[in-house]
Design a protein around this ligand. Structure first.
Ligand SMILES: [Zn+2]
Length: 150
């Protein structure tokens, strides 16, 4: 019974997009650590990505809105800082979605998401958000965001 309810929460969370990268959900991003059911209430454990990332507040609000819209009111969000979030928590399917969206996924090598060239140059440590760096491809000349590896 309770496990079924917890699955339902995961399903709903999987529909909440990352505020900065709408093609991936907060579950795919790996920020939802666990969902528990205690004292008749769901406890959702969240580990923020980059510390101080302004998106943390946004996605907490988005999660609350999503659950409330689906008639779930007995829940609590709890931020857990340890273990720290890492890009390793993103699976390959998620990285592929990032690439298709035009963002180079976290990796040891910065590869152009447009033409797969490894011939790239860092333009700025900070791209459209603090979580990303701005690169330029030396082959197709397109600028692109690289999701920083941590
Ligand atoms: Zn390129």
């Amino acid at each position: 019974m309770q496990n079924g309810k917890i699955d339902k929460i995961w399903e709903l969370l999987n529909t909440v997009p990352d505020p900065e990268i709408p093609v991936i959900s907060v579950v795919e991003l790996g920020v939802i650590r666990d969902v528990q059911f205690t004292n008749n209430s769901f406890l959702i454990l969240i580990t923020p990505t980059y510390s101080g990332c302004p998106a943390v507040k946004t996605f907490q609000d988005d999660i609350k809105t999503c659950l409330l819209e689906n008639g779930i009111e007995n829940f609590e969000l709890k931020i857990v800082y340890s273990p720290a979030w890492t890009t390793d928590w993103m699976n390959d399917a998620t990285k592929e979605k990032l690439r298709k969206f035009g963002i180079a996924p976290p990796s040891n090598k910065v590869i152009c998401p447009q033409c797969n060239s490894q011939n790239t140059t860092l333009i700025s440590e900070f791209g459209s958000t603090a979580c990303k760096s701005l690169f330029k491809c030396d082959d197709c000349l397109e600028p692109f965001d690289f999701f920083k590896c941590i």
